[in-house]
Design a binder for this molecule. Structure first.
Ligand code: SF4
Length: 435
């Protein structure tokens, strides 16, 4: 028997305390410490959905092809394109993301990651207010209040609360007993159901986050009293407890989910939440309030960091004449306007996760897919290039949910000598340079 310590790339928590127990034949006997989702990630090595050879579409069917042939077709499709879009890159390493950005620059393309419709929006909107961030270590060691706003980590990032709420820290020696969990959500999610006596469950009226945030901004600035009928479906007494905890605690972390990201006709809840945090950090004299964006893909944060370090912008990069130019577009608007003639999809499944009208438009143009498993996008791609599973069959760097870089280590060789995403993108970039 052999034991190996490894980072799990099942979600953006990137748990680095996973132990793999191998038998003498090098096969996994036991995965210790991982949640069900993490175990599935390791089991995906042998999944029936694995893509093991390149494929090219011929007469409506995907046919197996040799690597030379598939790469030749890929380069031809790129050469025939004058307006390519590249999308995905949130389940691969930062090194592959950097190669993707180099490819977009070389072919005057537009590149975006899943972050553009998720946590990347927060960085974008924080330009005026700034954003106070925190790390998981800080929450473990110093956290008093963990506020989940429209965020249900028990289902999306299963071990997050184990680590930050139930753990003991250097200055919070009794752990769970002195940390307060606040959940603001219109539904009783799984995270809502773990509330204890000292916690504050707040069931908000659907779509009234903006109303609550705007009221909290005024209450915290002492420009408004809490009305006797409450606000947004939350009663006065609960609101008083909420405000007291936000204003008087030493260390408050607000973790936000997808529901907070979309502006409505009445305003922009995320922008107003950032303004509320700015106000709280002024009126709270004891400590500070910070925010964590709850994206689930294991290296979505990494794309923001990689893009920022290479270009100064965290997403939605449009290149022209190999230079980054200004654009108001993101991946959705590009597809919506039919402003592309080729898509290169890396490690994501836009056909399943983008709105139906958008994915219908995406399939009208040629598509190259780089991925390790079959999904809905696989069945509509024109060329499929299979790669190794990042963090299991390749090493690299990824950024955890709290923007901390984590080194991924290779556990096994990939089947069929498959290249990593990074190696494949380097090969494509080199061939484009040679032409
Ligand atoms: S919480 Fe995420 S990173 Fe941790 S073991 Fe589960 S899937 Fe893996």
């Amino acid at each position: 028997m052999k034991f190996k310590k490894i980072v799990c790339t099942g979600c953006s928590l990137l748990c680095d305390d996973i132990i793999i127990e191998e038998n003498d034949n090098g096969r996994i006997e036991q995965i210790i410490g991982a949640c069900v989702r993490g175990k599935e990630r390791f089991k995906s090595i042998k999944s029936q959905n694995r893509i093991l050879t390149p494929l090219i579409r011929e007469n409506d069917d995907l046919k197996e092809a040799a690597w030379d042939e598939a790469l030749k077709k890929t380069l031809q499709m790129i050469e025939d394109s004058s307006n390519p879009i590249l999308y995905g890159f949130s389940t691969t390493s930062c090194e592959a993301q950097a190669e993707g950005i180099r490819l977009a620059r070389a072919i005057d393309g537009f590149i975006d990651s899943n972050s553009t419709i998720c946590q990347g929006i927060t960085l974008e909107k924080s330009k005026e207010t700034g954003v106070t961030m925190t790390t998981l270590t800080e929450i473990i060691n110093k956290g008093d209040i963990i506020l989940l706003w429209g965020f249900n980590p028990i289902e999306s990032i299963p071990r997050l609360l184990n680590k930050i709420l139930f753990s003991r820290g250097k200055f919070r020696m009794t752990g769970r007993e002195i940390k307060t969990l606040i959940v603001i959500d219109p539904v009783e999610t799984a995270s809502y159901k773990i509330m204890g006596p000292r916690d504050i469950p707040l069931l908000i009226k659907p779509a009234s986050d903006l109303e609550l945030i705007q009221a909290l901004k005024k209450i915290c600035k002492e420009e408004m009293e809490i009305p006797s009928e409450g606000i947004a479906g939350i009663d006065k007494m609960d609101l008083e407890r909420l405000v007291a905890n936000l204003v008087d605690s030493e260390n408050i972390s607000i973790l936000i989910g997808q529901g907070m990201l979309q502006p409505s006709d009445d305003g922009d809840p995320l922008k107003e939440l950032l303004e509320l945090i700015e106000i709280l950090n002024t009126v709270n004299e004891k400590g500070r309030v910070s925010i964590i964006m709850g994206g689930g893909h294991f290296n979505m944060t990494g794309f923001d960091q990689t893009a920022l370090s290479l270009t100064g912008k965290n997403h939605s990069l449009q290149f022209k004449d190999s230079t980054l130019i200004d654009t108001e577009d993101n991946i959705i608007t590009k597809i919506e306007k039919n402003d592309f003639d080729l898509s290169i999809i890396v490690g994501t499944d836009p056909i399943s996760h983008l709105p139906l009208e958008i994915s219908k438009k995406l399939v009208t143009k040629p598509m190259i897919l780089i991925d390790n498993k079959k999904n809905s996008t696989y069945y509509v791609a024109d060329v499929v290039l299979p790669t190794a599973i990042t963090g299991v069959e390749t090493d690299g760097t990824a950024f955890r949910i709290d923007e901390v870089p984590i080194k991924l280590t290779k556990l096994y060789d990939p089947p069929n000598d498959l290249p990593s995403d990074e190696e494949l993108l380097i090969k494509i970039n080199n061939k484009i340079k040679e032409e």
